[in-house]
Design a protein around this ligand. Sequence first.
Ligand code: IMP
Length: 196
Amino acid sequence: MTIVLATRNPGKISEIEALLTGVRIATAASFPGCPEPKESGRTFEENALIKARAVAGFTGKTALADDSGLEVDALGGAPGVHSARYAGATASDGDNMGRLLDALSGVADRTARFRCVIAVVAPDGRTWTSDGVCEGRILREPRGESGFGYDPLFVPAGYDSTFAELDARMKNRISHRAMALRRIAETLDALKEIPG
Ligand code: IMP
């Protein structure tokens, strides 16, 4: 069975590839014309389903989408589903981190969590979702080079290093994405029987 990842985010792709074993993985980029639907949902689950349905519909293969983001308590859960575009439609990771640090300037409560919802859509339209969270806190300045997104600002609970300082294998053990993928593993095992 081939699973098509409904994302073009290289950071997500490499983490999902490391975590999903025993299946052939393709990405939406290998299917010319594959739609990149607007993430118009109000929740991670709605957005993950929008992306997975679009890719399964276009490719005729099982699609897996990740919708994820950072929820900061002192900001009422922002940036949440807007994490990728927090500082604007074309914002870089650095722009988004800059906006986050500005929003938290002078704020003592730094608690936050990453949340991830994985949606899997089979060619026949059946859908499954799972979620994962990783609690932590936001630093006052970025540290570390690896990972992507807000990783240099996020220290997971129980650790002193940011996600961008931790070894990729360690992040893949404790992350929101790892938790959501573990939870959907049984579904994927069942789907392995489907040819294609
Ligand atoms: P979307 O799921 O494509 O809407 O984008 C998710 C956004 O949330 C990413 O672009 C990052 O800014 C942020 N994000 C999600 N997961 C992670 C992570 O594991 N590390 C750092 N940032 C993340």
